[in-house]
Design a protein around this ligand. Structure first.
Ligand SMILES: [Zn+2]
Length: 465
C-alpha cells in the first residue's frame, strides 16, 4: 500500500507530537501483537456476488474450503464484519447440511458437523449480505476508514463522478465483503463470479475465464486465481472503464483500467510497466509470478495505491494530462512501488502487521531501484534523500522497524516501515555489495514463496548467502 500523503509533504502541524497536557491512553504498550494463531487454514475461496446499488449492499454466496492447521478441531472461527448471515452449511458433494453458529457482527463461530483432522478438507457454504456503509470502523492515517467494499456514487446522484465499485482489503477490511480468516498469515486460491450491469467492466485477481450475458440486462464475469494469496489482497473493481492493453510481458496481459476520457493518457502514465516487470524480474532472479498484471484508477479511493495481487488499484492522483506529464510522470514511483509488492507482500507476505517491514520497506526501496536503473544514480539519490528527510521529519525516533507493540495496526504504515526501512535496505545493499544483496533477496523469495515471512527469515536468507 502507499500512503495517501508522502510523509515529507505533511504540514508540520500534523507531524507535531501530542503535548504533555493531552491525556494519552498508553495501555496498548502492554499488548503484545503476535502472529495470528492458526487453528484452521484457508484453502480455497469461491464467491458468487451481486451488487445492490440502491442500498450499497453486496449479496454473496460463498464456498469456503478449510483444513485444520495441526490439531483436530470441530469448530472454526471466521471474520465476517457487519454482515447479515442467512445460512451456514457444510457441503457434502452437492448437498448441504445446516450448521449451528454464533455471530456477533464481527466473528462467525461455527460448530462443524464432526471433528476434522489436518488430513481433511471441508467446504462451508455461507449465504450472506455485506453492508459496508452500515459498518462502524475506526479510522487511520493510511486508510480513512475500513469499509472493505466501496460504492462510489452508486445511485448516480453526484454530477461528474462516475459510478464505480472497488475494494480495499489491507489491513483487515476484506472480511466486510466475504467471510474469511482475515489475517496476513493465511493464503487461499480464489474464484469470483461478479454479476454486474452489462455496461460495466470488471477486474479481479487472476484471469477472467468467462463472461455470460443474463436475461435481466446483467452480465456475470468469472475470475479465477490459481495461486494462493492472502485475503487482504483480494480485489474487485467495476465501472465504465476503458481497458488499455499494453504489450504483454512474456505472454501475460498487462492492462490499465481508466475512465474513458483518461484513455489517451493511460500509456503515458502506466506505459513503463512492462519494462518495470522485466527489470524487477531480472534483478530479483524471480520472474513475475502471477498470471497477469492490471492497474485500475478508482475514484474517491481511500489510500494512495494498493497492491492487490495482479490487480493494483491507484487513487485518481494517477490521472495526469499532457501539461502535467510534460514535467515528468509524478506517479511513476508509485507504479514501481505497487509492482514490487507483487513479490514482496503478495508472493511472500508479512506474517503479521508487526512485520510490515518485509512488505513496505522493500516496496519503498523499489522506487530507488527503478529510478536508479531508468534515470541514473543522481536522480535516485535525490529520491533517497527526500525519503530520508521524510523519516527525519516524522518524529519517529525510538520506533523499531519490527514492532510487537502498537496502538492500532494501521499505525504500522508509517515513516519507519516505509522511509526508514527503505534506507536501511539501501545501507545493507552498500554494506554487503550488489551481488550478495540481490542473491539474498532471491533466496528470501524462493524459500518463502506462497508463504508468510518475517524479518527473521530475511536475516537467515542473507546469512545463508
Ligand atoms: Zn506499499
Amino acid at each position: 500500500m502507499l500512503l495517501l500523503f508522502a510523509v515529507a509533504s505533511l504540514p508540520l502541524s500534523l507531524l507535531a507530537q501530542p503535548g504533555d497536557d493531552e491525556p494519552q491512553d498508553t495501555s496498548w504498550k502492554k499488548i503484545y501483537r503476535e502472529s495470528y494463531t492458526r487453528i484452521n487454514d484457508l484453502v480455497h475461496t469461491k464467491l458468487d456476488v451481486r451488487f445492490d446499488f440502491n442500498k450499497s449492499y453486496l449479496y454473496g454466496k460463498e464456498w469456503l474450503t478449510l483444513t485444520p492447521h495441526f490439531y483436530n478441531t470441530d469448530s472454526v472461527l471466521l471474520d465476517a464484519k457487519g454482515m447479515d448471515i442467512k445460512e451456514v452449511s457444510m457441503m457434502n458433494g452437492t448437498s448441504k447440511t445446516p450448521l449451528k453458529y454464533q455471530y456477533d457482527g464481527m466473528l462467525l463461530n461455527i460448530k462443524l458437523n464432526k471433528t476434522y483432522t489436518r488430513n481433511d478438507k471441508y467446504t462451508l457454504y455461507i449465504d450472506y449480505v455485506s453492508k459496508p456503509d452500515e459498518l462502524k470502523v475506526a479510522g487511520s492515517a493510511a486508510i480513512t476508514d475500513a469499509k472493505g467494499l466501496y460504492f462510489v456514487n452508486p445511485k448516480g446522484e453526484k454530477k461528474g463522478v462516475e459510478t464505480q465499485v472497488w475494494t480495499q482489503g489491507e489491513t483487515e477490511g476484506s472480511s466486510v465483503w466475504f467471510v474469511t480468516i482475515d489475517k496476513p498469515n493465511q493464503k487461499t486460491t480464489q474464484e469470483i463470479t461478479m454479476t454486474v450491469p452489462a455496461k460495466y467492466v470488471t477486474l479481479s485477481n487472476g484471469l477472467k475465464i468467462s463472461e455470460k450475458k443474463n436475461a435481466d440486462g446483467t452480465r456475470s464475469d468469472y475470475w479465477k486465481m490459481d495461486l494462493p494469496h492472502a485475503p487482504y489482497l483480494f480485489f474487485m473493481g467495476l465501472g465504465d472503464f476503458a481497458v488499455i492493453k499494453d504489450k504483454p510481458y512474456k505472454g501475460k496481459e498487462v492492462s490499465y483500467y481508466v475512465e474513458k476520457n483518461q484513455a489517451p493518457y493511460a500509456m503515458k502514465v502506466f506505459g513503463n510497466t512492462p519494462e518495470m516487470m522485466q527489470f524487477f524480474s531480472t534483478k530479483l532472479g524471480v520472474d513475475y509470478p502471477w498470471a497477469k498484471y492490471s492497474q485500475m484508477v478508482g475514484r474517491e479511493y481511500v489510500s494512495g495505491a494498493m497492491e492487490n495481487t495482479t490487480a493494483t488499484l491507484h487513487q485518481d492522483g494517477a490521472y495526469q494530462n499532457n501539461r502535467q506529464l510534460a514535467d515528468g510522470n509524478g506517479w511513476e514511483e508509485t507504479i514501481a512501488h505497487e509492482l514490487f509488492h507483487q513479490w514482496f507482500g503478495d508472493l511472500v507476505t508479512a506474517e503479521s502487521w508487526s512485520n510490515l517491514t518485509v512488505n513496505e520497506s522493500f516496496a519503498n526501496y523499489s522506487e530507488y531501484l527503478w529510478d536508479e536503473y531508468k534515470y541514473g544514480k543522481d536522480y535516485a539519490d535525490e529520491h533517497n534523500f527526500e525519503d530520508m528527510q521524510g523519516y527525519i521529519m516524522s518524529g519517529s525516533e525510538g520506533k523499531d522497524l519490527v514492532r510487537f507493540h502498537y496502538n492500532d495496526k494501521e499505525d504500522m504504515f508509517d515513516a519507519v516501515s516505509y522511509n526508514k526501512g527503505g534506507r536501511i535496505l539501501h545501507m545493507l545493499r552498500n554494506y554487503v555489495g550488489d551481488d550478495a544483496f540481490f542473491k539474498s533477496l532471491n533466496n528470501y523469495l524462493t524459500t518463502n514463496k506462497f508463504k508468510a515471512g518475517e524479518a527473521g527469515q530475511l536475516r537467515l536468507a542473507f546469512e545463508e548467502v
